[in-house]
Design a protein around this ligand. Sequence first.
Ligand code: 5GP
Length: 208
Amino acid sequence: MSKGKLFIVSAPSGCGKGTILSEVFKERNVYYSVSATTRKPREGEINGTHYFFMSDDEFRKTISEDGFLEYASFAGNSYGTPKKAVFDKLEEGVDVVLEIETQGAFQVKEKYPEAVMIFILPPHIGELRRRLGKRGTESEEVIERRVSQAAGEIEKSLRYDYVIMNDDLEAAVKDFYTVIEAAGRGTHDADAFKAENMKNTIKEVLEK
Ligand code: 5GP
């Protein structure tokens, strides 16, 4: 049996990443890796479904037991991908999706170069601020911190395999689909979305 494919998807929060992913993978049997985090649960988040919520001690213990495929600090909290579940699924032939930030993404790519890295761009930074504010779950200060964090993340998108713009959900879903199909077959159909061909778009997002 052939192994599953590993997709790493990064996007600043508020980019509509969740919506795109649930559309794209609706018909496919994929495993969404459930990360561990020391962040407190937001309203409605369920332990074991959205994240494994851990104390700092539990997180450090998992690191010492080599339990993470990658881990990183982000906006004052720690996040990590439990290693075993990911490799078990890949061995079973199931595709795996990691929704993680850039530092963790580069760690995974280094350990597992076959992984396909995809970055989702917001239309522009101002729009991201508006979307985060609309969610209403975060204070002004947290929003501003996340916006500047987003700008730093977007700069790193140049080092991803593919970059997709989400200014229109339907188009973004179609583009994402093109990328995963081409990545799976090893064809060139998605070359337009390669990071080097998206340079100008990335620059515009950061300037607006
Ligand atoms: P949030 O706190 O909004 O759920 O997530 C904040 C950021 O952490 C997002 O960019 C998300 O993709 C990232 N993240 C979630 N899980 C992991 C993980 O296991 N590892 C890393 N490196 N980043 C993660």
